[in-house]
Ligand binder design. Structure first.
Ligand code: DX5
Ligand code: ZN
Length: 218
């Protein structure tokens, strides 16, 4: 299981030091961009992403909780291997293909996120154009919410990709993930998780990450 900490519940005034401490222990960073419109909260912008890029070489999974993801394609600095994930609920069906295509031609890995209440069929026609799919296990907007079990969608997506005869994107999950649910998430076929509270709760992030890795194998 790949663990991508979401920095929103880290000690924000010590972020440089936090990243230095955990960098060797993480597979990448899950970076939540919120616009106070698609979700009622605000987080990082382009300058923060660029600053973070200067202190780590790990991949970034940018999770855009914004109304207009197309506008963000050229705003964000990125390295090859970084991914650009936006919400299927944020863009009209007819426009999704264009955003995926434009982000990919700018060099990003691309994918769609689905809110807990959104059915997997919504992304069916786009599966072939996606590198990652992000199943939300909370309603987006805040860290520290309780896990909503959406792992049945992992199975449904795999079945859908078989039916459509397209390669499955990397299956990712985000929200409320902790030691007690990560094992069953892994068993459902999820390969990468974003996690904030489970990593930054308490006072030992590295231990928390190690515990999550062990729990993922159970
Ligand atoms: C929720 C964000 C998540 C959040 C996860 O809107 O997309 O990435 O940071 O936080 P935890 O792990 O605390 O649920
Ligand atoms: Zn997220």
């Amino acid at each position: 299981m790949k663990i991508f900490p979401s920095l929103i519940s880290a000690n924000l005034l010590q972020l440089g030091a936090v990243v230095q401490t955990i960098d060797d222990h993480v597979d990448g960073y899950h970076l939540d961009i919120m616009d106070d419109h698609f979700v009622p909260n605000l987080t990082w912008g382009p300058a923060f992403i660029a600053a973070l890029r200067r202190i780590t070489k790990k991949p970034f999974q940018i999770h855009l909780m914004v109304d207009n993801p197309a506008a963000w394609i050229s705003r964000l600095a990125f390295n090859s291997g970084d991914s650009f994930i936006f919400h299927v609920e944020a863009v009209a069906d007819s426009g999704i293909h264009t955003v995926l295509r434009d982000a990919r031609s700018a060099g990003w890995r691309v994918g769609l996120a689905l809110n807990p209440g959104t059915q997997v069929e919504r992304v069916g026609q786009h599966l072939a154009s996606m590198d990652e799919v992000l199943l939300m296990s909370v309603n987006p907007g805040f860290s520290g919410q309780s896990f909503i079990d959406t792992s049945a969608k992992a199975t449904q997506l795999t079945a859908l990709s078989g039916k459509l005869n397209v390669k499955m994107p990397v299956m990712c999950m985000d929200g409320g993930i902790n030691e007690s649910n990560i094992g069953s998430i892994a068993n459902a076929g999820v390969e990468l998780v974003g996690a904030a509270s489970a990593v930054f709760g308490g006072n030992n992030e590295v231990e928390n990450i190690k515990k999550l890795r062990i729990a993922a194998t159970r």
